[in-house]
Design a protein around this ligand. Sequence first.
Ligand code: HEM
Length: 448
Amino acid sequence: MSVILYVAVIAVGAWLLYFKRASSPPKLDLPYLEFEGDNSASRYKTESESILRRGYGKRGTYYGIDLGTFYLIEPLQRACAAAYAKEMPPCSEWTSVLPYPLLIKIFASMSACAIVGPKLDGLDSEWQRLSMDYVSAALSAPSKVRAKYPRWLYWLSQYINDGVKTMWKHRSRARELLTPVLQSRIDATAELKAKGVKKHKGARKYEDGVQWLLDAHTAQGKVLTPDQLAQDLLVIMTASIHSTSGACLANIFDMLEHPEALSDVTQEILLVQSKLPGGVWTRKALGDLRLLDSFMRESARVHALTQYTSAQRIPTSTWKFKDGLEIPSGFTMAFPSYHHGFDPAIHPHPDTFDAYRHLRKRQESDTHKFHFASVSEDMLNWGTGRHACPGRFFAQETLKLLIIHLLTHYEFRYAEGTEEMPRFLPSNLFIVPNPALPLLFKECKVSL
Ligand code: HEM
């Protein structure tokens, strides 16, 4: 009996090994860039930027990086199109603050306001806590599942992996919270229809993500269920919260590093603010902040909106580019957006932080190409094509509102003793502003 058990254990072990092997991808017939000397997996976690930099200099070649199935296509980079701020500490003395957790809360609230509307929105509301917890689980669970289980066992993770279980639990609670919200949108839409009001901007009672998703589903002849709504909204929250918070913290660090530009940015804000009808910021007024816009785009260029690469795609069947390059199904391809931002052929003097760079380009070209949220050949950080970030305009406006509030209500500086702390931290293919770096804030109303 014990022999049978022994053989069975070995057979199951061999079977598991076989499937793990079978599910890891083969290498492509391409030059792979590696670290010289020690090429262990741990170096890819913290030093992948140096490999990407080396690769960026190799014009005209494709190359692979062995991160499982990761793959960069260098030559294409040129051709491709390419009021919650009240949470800030109310202090008149210098107070030490870790900005990142605060920014997460602020942007979660701003997103909730636009996405689920006034009923569920609000600082410290259940929706806000739920969406933040969901996002943390959604960002960490997939890599844990990939590291722990072979591909063919992924489906089991919803029962045995804590992160995935948390996501399902929150999705189910989100469904309960959203059910009456969705019903109110359905009723309001039916009421408009009964009155014979034609659908046009301003006719709708609600203008938020729930209404837009309902309209989009209805237009396609589909029924929007509370569960589908919960899933769609939580995906949007996942795409929005950390990306915007990271971009904001990068801007704050850049403001501290470039006080000369900051004083011009503040003057511009105060000037536009002094002409606001009723003192209310409108989208048009935000659009008049052209120097701030250029500053934010320069920050995005230099820190790549936290990602070394962008526009990742995984073809589901072999994808063939016009020049013959073939990417097999299942491989990840991406563009080297960070190094594109430092290419002197695209951005003269790329190592200089020039807050006016994109403003000058706008003035010279008289196009809409060089706004913070523009997807253009000189900046690949928003991705490309029909999947380019659809939330970038929203990110642009929320970032501007937060920066306006910050610059007109606070002074801020680095805390003593933090000189040696890194401002940005590499992590795999991300480069994130250091969330553990404390800053000092002091309340201080700024006026013209
Ligand atoms: C500074 C903040 C943000 C950054 C840096 C950012 C960046 C990106 C990038 C690089 C992509 C992939 C584009 C591609 O593959 O071509 C993307 C996709 C996406 N983003 Fe953003 N994003 C930000 C804010 C937001 C916000 C605020 C929202 C929603 C309110 C949002 C919603 C989305 C969605 C839904 C997608 C998927 C689009 C698709 O696959 O078709 N993002 N984002």
